[in-house]
Write a protein that binds this ligand. Sequence first.
Ligand SMILES: *Cc1c(COP(=O)(O)O)cnc(C)c1O
Length: 393
Amino acid sequence: MHASLLTGGLQVDAFERDFAAMVGAKHAVAVCNATAALHLAMRVLGVGAGDRVVTSPNTFLASANAAAFVGAVPDFSDIDDRFHNLDPALLEKTWQADTKAVVAVDYAGQPCNMPEIARIARARGAYVVEDACHGVGGGFRVGGKNWKLGGHSWADITTFSFHPVKTMTTGEGGMLVTDNDEWAVKARLLRSHGVTRDPADFIGLSDSPSSISDLHSSVLAERGPWYYEMQDLGYNYRITDIQCALGRSQLGRLPQFLASRREVAARYSEALADLDWVVLPALSANQACATSPEFSFTLTDLSLHLYTILIDFAALGTTRTKFMQFMAERGVGTQVLYIPVYLQPWYRRTYGYQEGKCPVAERFYSRAISLPMFAGLSDDDQHRVISALRSFI
Ligand SMILES: *Cc1c(COP(=O)(O)O)cnc(C)c1O
């Protein structure tokens, strides 16, 4: 079988086309995971040493690590108390001149206020990357018009993950989405060692004077059908055709996955609404976006990855560990997402970050509990989660 039937072939092209059409973007570049997509975003935008990249502390490590991969300084701006995403007002207030990009993370699938973040970043010459790993297929409204994550102009590049815990999967996989032709070409080049075999793209060998014989030089300069060029320092970030065939099938089922997750979230919100010791996720933003009143979303716009509630364990005279144990004894797995990235030992050691840097994210972390949330969670199982939770007090 020819290698291009298994990797870098027609299924990859088709998945990219289908995905770009789904979000409403010009280009989608499929890669082996979203960490690779974030890394390529940094490379394509020319982020490097001497640059700062600001992201949310309330995210998976990769959103910040991508900046470190290219020698830039990953930095963190605090989240807002309601949606747990980058707070645009704080982003603007704490802006530093060497910031080259903002990585906005749509925590749990609740979208960041992208028009506001783009306004702040672009006025200062910085790029906007949206890490939409939690929100594939989701979106928001601006001025009554619906926009999908990846399909709006307030992000320069958007990334998605197809890890099995995410809303749609290819086993492992990721996508970089952009409307910029040049960046898409560059991302594809860097995805596979910076190598091209397409004569239309050849740069050619340099014409620097050679001390060797003319005959030898002409042999070296010949570009026969064997010829290939490495034009940049790239990686092996390819995704296989097998994965992309799965991705296309998952894409067809995405609307059901999204509807199922929204139903799960709605059931939690209804069943837990009367508990005064539990803070529920907002799931709609018609009220709390004073900086950009035309920005909004409701549950029906969302692709939800997590259902995270907040409990003030100390005020209840207990601990989160005890709560999680209590739930586990009743067959319910819960998670803590996320530890503020800058509190990780490597970040403290490398950049000198300390507790107190982002107080809202730290308070969020101290209270956050993510409940079981996936498409096809049965009514019975969800009742078990709800009654276990209710019986804790
Ligand atoms: C899952 C995730 C990633 C990384 O995705 P991989 O495909 O596992 O590399 C990055 N950012 C966020 C917010 C994620 O949830």
